[in-house]
Design a protein around this ligand. Sequence first.
Ligand code: UT7
Length: 322
Amino acid sequence: MKRFSKIIGTGGYLPETVRTNEEISQHVDTSDSWIYERTGIRSRHIAAENETSTSMAEIAARQAIDAAQIEAGEIDLIIVATGTPDRVYPSTACLLQQRLDIQNCVSFDIQAACSGAIFALSIADQYIKNGAADKVLVVGSEICSRLVDWSDRGTCILFGDGAGAILLDSADEEGILSTHIHSDGEYEDLLYCPNPQVATEENKDEAGFINMRGNEVFKMAVNTLGRIVDETLAANGMEKTEIDWLVPHQANTRIIAATARKLKMSMDQVIVTLENQGNTSSASVLLALNEGVRDGRIQRGQVVLLEAFGAGFTWGSALIKY
Ligand code: UT7
């Protein structure tokens, strides 16, 4: 019998502290109206000093486990997507495994910047489809606020902190229909964050901070996401009209609107969370999916397209029958 990966639970966590555009505009030369018009963002959540990617991942993961009505010990594989791991090693996934008190499962991190959740989902789907795992926990958790140069108005307006999680299980009915992931390392200079621990004399001044040529990234994102929509539909022999929901990476409403236009979808069919969350990198798609599921917009049996684009460049999509 053919095996599929089915979503059986979702979860999410956003830190309590909210930083508004107004607050940012007191420190850099910008304004609420500029930020909102150009990005769609009004505020973002900022992790408290004692919070980490692992602590946020744990809260989101426990929610997904509760929603799935399983025991944590049933999980075979944990994949955490993060660009802000607590430690160089052990991986955030291993730290999460410890917190969830799971003795016997495999845990590892993946790093694909803002596309991390889609990459993790794609890997999870392969493990389930080929029979190597049944229950897989996928988490995206990010403390972007600690990578942001708060004096750089080109980036500090964009990012926020949070964690999203989903639990997948093997099933004999359709769930994940297909995943598509891509990378092109040619574009390193447009969006990068040097690791301060291994900085060289040459890059030590910019180490630890997000560095982005925003407008160039913007154009690449719009074009690339347009192409991945075509690729995903063609792989499934589907028409645009068959997609019920678009759950995009939350980088900029203008990028999201361009993808929706390409799909001839109204914005009412798009889960948009960035107004109050900003760009939470690898957490964003999972947080948006969790929101759409929990508020009842996304219903069982509906077709949902997830997509993301990020540093690398990396990009990808997942088509799901929820
Ligand atoms: O998630 C990973 C992928 N990341 C993204 O997808 C981000 C993609 N990029 C973007 O979202 C947009 O490019 C930004 C929101 C970052 C910038 O918007 P833009 O429309 O591309 O603006 P721009 O960079 O072309 O800058 C236009 C003007 C410039 O001024 P001049 O040179 O025209 O005088 C900037 O200096 O806007 C200025 N500017 C700002 N003004 C007020 C840039 N940032 C700000 C700011 N407030 N925060």
